[in-house]
Design a protein around this ligand. Structure first.
Ligand code: AMP
Length: 273
């Protein structure tokens, strides 16, 4: 496995690669969720590039940019064992100039849900993903359904800007107790981990209602909030796959999203029904 830290060195190196290239962008502190993206990329391509970059422009003032978990040595091992061909690990100063061109997330879909409490977050995400895709120029890029709004906005960027890459969505990997895997789970104490199980339980509540043929968005959301109590709910939302509001859940075209604070850790989860 080759480790590259300079953006233009990566671009130059990859120009010699003629095979189908799969790309998995991450912020590191790799877990089994990331690994499933890498494995899917391995299965569907001849050459796999993984990036590890904690992108400063997607963090707001006061967020956990400085304390975001870092496990460089373990991450390198994981990528090596998974058969990654190139691991790209740049510094922020190598990726950004002081005064830059950047992308703007869409005014509505970029500023609802996670974008309400993190305005500008998705502009930072889209800008770095665009930079990374331009450096790597992959046939396919892999993103987790766990970050459903991010996945949706990246799909929209590729469509709106006529980009030549296929975005592949990968199912959420969970702990055996149901908690969606996340690098931020290390912030949780044992007690908080138990509390956090209410998040996946609320999605189960929703699924059970839908199985009983209750499609009322208002009723499903109310039942989910009951399951989530006493957690501080940031949002519970039921949207169609284009991220537009629904009154009645449409099976096969819906996504149920939840974000809650457990202690001071914000956790996301969702289910596609
Ligand atoms: P991150 O390092 O958190 O920015 O995540 C990098 C990629 O891994 C994103 O596309 C995430 O959606 C994806 N990802 C994170 N957690 C999981 C998970 N539990 N299951 C599947 N994909 C995940």
């Amino acid at each position: 496995m080759k480790i590259i830290r300079e953006p233009l060195a990566l671009k130059e190196y990859l120009q010699t690669v003629k095979s189908r290239l799969g790309f998995v962008p991450t912020m590191g502190a790799l877990h089994e969720g990331h690994l499933s993206l890498i494995q899917k990329a391995k299965a569907e391509n001849d050459f796999v590039v993984v990036s590890i970059f904690v992108n400063p422009t997607q963090f707001l003032q006061g967020e956990d940019l400085e304390s975001y978990p870092k496990k460089e040595a373990a991450d390198i091992k994981i990528c090596e064992l998974a058969g990654v061909d190139v691991l790209f690990m740049p510094n922020a100063s190598a990726m950004y100039e002081k005064d830059e061109v950047s992308l703007q997330a869409p005014n509505v879909r970029g500023y609802v849900l996670e974008g309400t409490s993190r305005p500008g977050h998705f502009s930072g995400v889209l800008t770095v993903v665009m930079k990374l895709l331009n450096l790597v120029n992959p046939s396919r890029a892999y993103f987790g359904k766990k970050d459903a709004q991010q996945l949706h906005l990246i799909g929209l960027m590729v469509k709106n800007l006529y980009m030549n890459v296929t975005i592949v969505a990968v199912d959420t990997v969970r702990e055996s107790d149901g908690l969606a895997m996340s690098s931020r789970n290390v912030y949780l104490s044992k007690e908080e981990h138990q509390e956090a199980l209410k998040i996946s339980a609320s999605l189960k509540t929703a699924t059970n209602l839908v199985m009983q043929k209750n499609f009322s968005v208002a009723e499903i959301k109310a039942a989910m909030r009951q399951t989530l109590a006493p957690l501080e709910v940031v949002y519970v939302e039921i949207l169609n796959r284009d991220f537009e509001p629904l009154h009645e859940l449409e099976v096969g075209n819906s996504v149920i999203l939840v974000e809650a604070l457990v202690g001071s850790t914000r956790l996301l989860d969702n289910i596609w029904l």
